[in-house]
Write a protein that binds this ligand. Structure first.
Ligand code: 5GP
Length: 203
């Protein structure tokens, strides 16, 4: 897949780091970013909508999509399949928009190995205790699943150094400002200017 005009932002975070809130805010404030809705075999939570939060599909359907090469990346996370549709990402990039992917570190690594572009952002909470408190307050997971997610969080943070940027979410507004700063700075890259005439009248 060749890079189009839009940029690819890849965001990873352990469960409870506040990633969904931060990404939603960025999407709400910048109409220039499209969210790539992933496919998953996880069951929907009570507040989730099929095709908006995820495409909720069966294991059989997911495995058939793998067979057909329809995923740009996919991974098994917390015992469920999750994957990014190649077509979804291509469709967003074709509109000239940036793409925001919310994927785990295994998926992010696959993209880094297969694409020669992309901006990789890791979001974490300041402590494991913090992640735990947020997961408990969220009340979306059973205790068993929460424990799996917390154990996996310890492994996921080991991959921070594979990312371009790190946001430690101590306070949500501050963390959001960090995310927005990254987004804006990535659009101010001098290297992206093809011709000086595109940005400056030389007459
Ligand atoms: P959740 O079940 O909390 O919505 O997501 C669990 C984990 O799966 C999160 O780390 C999230 O970033 C990751 N995830 C969501 N969609 C994808 C995807 O398409 N690919 C990969 N590799 N991970 C995903």
């Amino acid at each position: 897949m060749k890079q189009r005009k839009g940029k690819l932002f890849v965001v990873s975070a352990p469960s409870g780091a506040g990633k969904t809130t931060l990404c939603s805010r960025l999407l709400g404030n910048f109409g220039t970013v499209g969210y790539s809705v992933s496919f998953t075999t996880r069951k929907p939570r009570h507040d989730e909508t099929d095709t908006e939060d995820y495409y909720f599909i069966s294991v059989e359907e997911f495995e058939a999509m793998i067979e057909r090469g329809e995923f740009l990346e996919w991974a098994k996370v917390h015992n469920n399949y999750y994957g990014t549709s190649r077509k979804t990402v291509e469709d967003i990039l074709a509109t000239g928009k940036d793409v925001l992917l919310d994927i785990d570190p295994k998926g992010a690594r696959q993209l880094k190995n297969s694409l020669d572009y992309g901006i990789y952002i890791f979001i974490t909470a300041p402590s494991m205790e913090d992640l735990k408190t947020r997961l408990i307050n969220r009340r979306t997971e059973s205790e068993e699943i929460m424990n799996i997610r917390l154990t996996n969080a310890l492994e996921e943070v080991q991959h921070i150094h594979e990312y371009d940027y790190l946001i430690v979410n101590k306070e949500i507004n501050r963390a959001y400002n960090d995310l927005e700063a990254i987004y804006i700075a990535e659009h101010l890259r001098a290297a992206d200017v093809e011709k000086i005439e595109d940005i400056m009248d030389l007459n």
